[in-house]
Design a protein around this ligand. Structure first.
Ligand code: HEM
Length: 294
């Protein structure tokens, strides 16, 4: 029995059925309780908050030269023995998340982002550690001085009456988590694919890896988990990922740079996977680059 069945959650699979479910007006992202998070609501409130998030993300399209350079610096600093999660995916996803928010992010912040579990409390009714981490991040961000970027844009949207106080607090964390978690998992898995099977395009990789395996929706018969593994890695419909262009561009920069590091061959040591029911990713994977011949 899988995690969903254990919690009485039905699963929708198969590309067509999933596409229909994601577009269905009968299924909502809102579990009830009036969350201000863009991810956990529908209707006018969702449209309004999503428009603000979308404007922020557009600031990274195309990816600014400074962000490209920072990603390439991370890969240039890898050396010949490194962990794909800790040394590659985490700092690259951190660079982009920091650029999205317009705030420097330290390791403690990234640790808390990884402990935050977005819309997962439907599995069992309360991920307290995840909720506590999200709350602490919201408070931390509310006190953080910000330069140009997403956090300042959220504050300006609040000042202009486009977001209320709760929406400002929560969606700063939603944006950070959305920009970070799936990219972290995608980049590490893409690095492993590169190390073990050779080059593929980022579009192919993201579809094959599908770092967000399911999204949860609520219908007349209770919650359902909709699979994204049949070719819908960025979802579909009202909540479809507004950061997919940034995610693909970030992946292209990072994967191209990593491919050069690995082009003389490498050895992959112990690989450990996360065990999350929704977010698919590596916990660690150690790579040793082969010495160049001649
Ligand atoms: C490989 C990387 C990524 C993957 C696979 C991914 C996947 C997804 C998926 C499947 C959703 C839909 C959730 C739902 O329907 O409930 C989503 C939502 C979202 N993503 Fe991404 N994402 C990625 C990277 C990013 C990045 C880099 C950003 C920001 C720059 C971002 C921002 C968002 C936001 C703000 C939402 C919420 C949209 C809404 O609820 O209307 N994502 N993402």
């Amino acid at each position: 029995m899988d995690e969903f069945e254990r919690h009485g959650i039905g699963v929708v699979s198969g590309r067509d059925a999933c596409a229909r479910a994601l577009r269905s007006p009968a299924l909502t992202s809102d579990p009830g309780g009036g969350s201000p998070s863009a991810l956990l609501r529908d209707g006018d409130g969702h449209t309004r908050v999503r428009a603000v998030l979308r404007e922020i993300i557009a600031g990274l399209e195309p990816v600014p030269a400074s962000v490209r350079a920072s990603i390439e610096d991370v890969v240039a600093g890898l050396g010949t023995s490194f962990d794909l999660v800790h040394d590659f995916a985490r700092p690259v996803a951190g660079v982009v998340t920091s650029a999205v928010l317009g705030v420097d992010l330290d390791d403690g912040f990234l640790d808390r982002l990884e402990a935050t579990t977005a819309n997962l409390d439907v599995l069992g009714g309360g991920d307290r550690a995840g909720q506590a981490a999200a709350f602490r991040l919201a408070v931390q961000l509310s006190r953080t001085p910000a330069g140009p970027g997403g956090l300042t844009a959220l504050r300006e949207a609040h000042a202009a009456g486009r977001l209320d106080e709760d929406e400002l607090m929560i969606n700063a964390v939603v944006l950070a988590h959305a920009a970070y978690e799936n990219s972290l998992n995608f980049l590490a898995c893409a690095g492993l694919e590169l190390a073990t099977s050779g080059p593929r395009t980022v579009r192919e990789l993201v579809t094959a890896i599908c770092p967000a395996r399911y999204v949860v929706r609520f219908g007349p018969d209770g919650p359902v988990a909709i699979s994204l593994a049949d070719g819908l890695p960025f979802g579909l419909g009202r909540h479809a990922c507004p950061g997919s262009g940034v995610a693909v561009a970030e992946g292209e920069i990072a994967v191209t740079a990593l491919a050069k590091v690995l082009d003389g061959g490498c050895r992959v040591g112990e690989v450990r996977w996360k065990t999350h029911p929704i977010f698919h990713g590596l916990a660690s994977a150690h790579v040793v680059v082969s010495e160049k011949q001649g």
